[in-house]
Design a protein around this ligand. Structure first.
Ligand code: FE2
Ligand code: FE2
Length: 184
């Protein structure tokens, strides 16, 4: 279902831009982490990059045939630094989404009765909370010169829900089945 209101459409375009950039940024930072000898942090970046791809796709789909330019709010845009700093950049971006961007976008979509956009923003908000937490844990390890302790990262391909080591039987956010989760 396509979006009807201009304000919600603006927010979808903005969020689409932000998620697209986060996707690329995390893939870049994954290669940096691997080069620095933190392969698990690299996989964490790759897995979460996929979650941001899922969010961008959801927002894009909700825009339907809408045509327009995007003003992007991202919280963290560029930065080619060491992994410990890149992780802080990632945390800043995720916290911006959790504390400012998605709550405002979600409330606007709710006010404008845009159910599809609401769902898309809700999915992203729930995942970004987890991302901020995981990147913080990764940063603590890297600060001590150690790689992150984990077996794998699992991402729900419907909502971007992110979990370490084992996928749940059902996604707690969207209800997708365990077999659908993508492993990194
Ligand atoms: Fe995220
Ligand atoms: Fe999900």
């Amino acid at each position: 279902m396509a979006v009807k209101n201009a304000m919600t459409a603006d927010f979808l375009r903005s969020a689409y831009g932000g998620e697209s950039m986060a996707h690329m940024r995390y893939l870049y930072w994954a290669t940096v982490a691997k080069k620095e000898g933190f392969p698990n942090v690299g996989r964490l970046f790759e897995g979460i990059a996929y979650a941001e791809y899922v969010h961008a796709n959801n927002h894009f789909r909700e825009l339907g045939k809408d045509i327009g330019d995007a003003t992007v709010t991202a919280g963290a845009i560029f930065g080619d630094a060491k992994t410990v700093d890149n992780l802080q950049g990632a945390i800043n971006g995720e916290l911006h989404e959790v504390e400012q961007m998605y709550p405002v976008y979600l409330n606007a979509a709710d006010f404008q009765k845009e159910d599809g956009a609401k769902r898309s923003f809700h999915f992203a908000l729930e995942a970004e909370k987890i991302h901020a937490d995981l990147f913080s844990k990764a940063k603590e390890s890297v600060k001590e010169g150690k790689d992150m302790q984990m077996k794998a990262v699992y991402i729900c391909p419907v909502c971007g829900h992110t979990v370490l080591d084992e996928a749940p039987d059902k996604c707690p956010v969207c209800g997708a089945k365990k077999e659908m989760y993508k492993e990194f």
